[in-house]
Design a protein around this ligand. Structure first.
Ligand SMILES: [Mg+2]
Length: 352
């Protein structure tokens, strides 16, 4: 067993604004595990503004514990040997746990999704995301997405309700077959949320993510009871206990799960199962990490989700470089899961 850590820094095609900071590039770590002439790939990529740990801290943790991780993954059944890493940051727990499951999957000659669930679908429906653009540019982009086969579109709202409403009116007129979902990224007060969601309800959005500026479980529950648009939590769910609290208070209709930020695969599975018992659907999305992490996330979506809502996994086009590009998998708005192992474009073959 040999674990190699490859740091990456890939520029975004255009700067990204996250929680008050502008980011020009995405950093992360590609994990390469070599054993018995086989290789599996995983990723650790904390997201600034969302994760508590930095990429540098995650890398240090991995380098400090590399020997123990290699020992642990050498056990006959590596998945059971990971309990000792519960103090690792979430992105590290995700990356190591994926390595462990990928090793098991490869040893049993199955894809990760089929190993986790023999009945897993071989593809996952994915949505396109509209960037911050002028209405004319937006309509052009949507026409491109539609042509490519996307049928679900995520739209950022929250800067100006009149402009949001005008844009949605135009999109619904030009593309009536599209399913629209909204993300307000905590732009509105409680009263604004109620008013704005009532106003936008006529466009029948699938849901709105994170309307409230300073949400609590209680305020989300109150909003849910008054909103004609289903309410989704994204930033509000970072752990199993967050999820439990949201469910117990009947505070959300939909959960947006970013596996990279949640931790080990077992925890992600538990959240999805718990959501199911509360009739809450989960959507898996990337954390804008590279293709290695997006591919793992797509396998988890295929294994754990039993609905056909689109997942937010078509985010590779935001990066100007990648480990595995979206074009390898995404066709007609679907992420097609490969059966066998994939060789990333970065790190270059032989580089370790
Ligand atoms: Mg969101």
């Amino acid at each position: 067993m040999k674990l190699t850590i490859h740091p990456y820094r890939f520029p975004f095609r255009s700067p990204l604004y996250i929680t008050g900071h502008t980011f020009t590039d995405r950093t992360g770590l590609i994990l390469q595990l070599n054993y018995s002439q086989k290789t599996v790939w995983s990723e650790v990529a904390p997201l600034p503004g969302f994760s508590e740990e930095t990429t540098g801290e995650a890398e240090q943790w991995l380098r400090d514990n590399r020997y123990q991780i290699e020992q642990c993954l050498t056990y006959r059944n590596p998945v059971t040997g990971l309990d000792g890493f519960s103090s690792a940051p979430p992105s590290v727990r995700f990356g190591i746990s994926a390595l462990s499951h990928l090793t098991e999957a490869q040893n049993s000659h199955q894809s990760l999704s089929r190993y986790l669930n023999p009945d897993a679908d071989s593809s996952v429906s994915v949505n396109a995301t509209l960037g911050m653009q002028s209405p004319e540019e937006a309509v052009k982009s949507i026409a491109d997405f539609y042509e490519q086969g996307f049928r679900t579109l995520k739209i950022k709202v929250g800067r100006n309700i009149q402009a949001d409403s005008d844009l949605l009116h135009r999109i619904c007129g030009d593309f009536p077959q599209l399913t629209l979902r909204l993300d307000a990224n905590r732009a509105w007060s409680f009263e604004e949320s109620v008013d704005n969601l009532k106003r936008l309800a006529r466009f029948s959005p699938e849901y709105c993510e994170e309307p409230l500026r300073s949400p609590t479980t209680e305020s989300l529950a109150q909003l849910k009871s008054r909103s004609p648009v289903p309410i989704a939590a994204d930033e509000s769910i970072r752990s199993l206990s967050d999820a439990q609290s949201l469910f117990e208070n009947n505070a959300v209709d939909i959960l947006i799960l970013k596996p990279m930020l949640l931790g080990e695969i077992e925890c992600i599975k538990e959240i999805v199962q718990l959501a199911g018992t509360h009739q809450v659907d989960c959507i898996f999305t990337s954390s804008l990490e590279s293709g290695v992490g997006r591919l793992i996330t797509a396998h988890l979506a295929a294994a754990f989700l039993d609905h056909h809502r689109a997942c937010g996994l078509a985010t590779g086009s935001m990066l100007s470089r990648d480990t595995i590009s979206d074009e390898q998998f995404i066709q007609s708005g679907n992420f097609l899961l490969p059966d066998g192992p994939i060789q990333p474009e970065y790190p270059k073959q032989g580089e370790s």
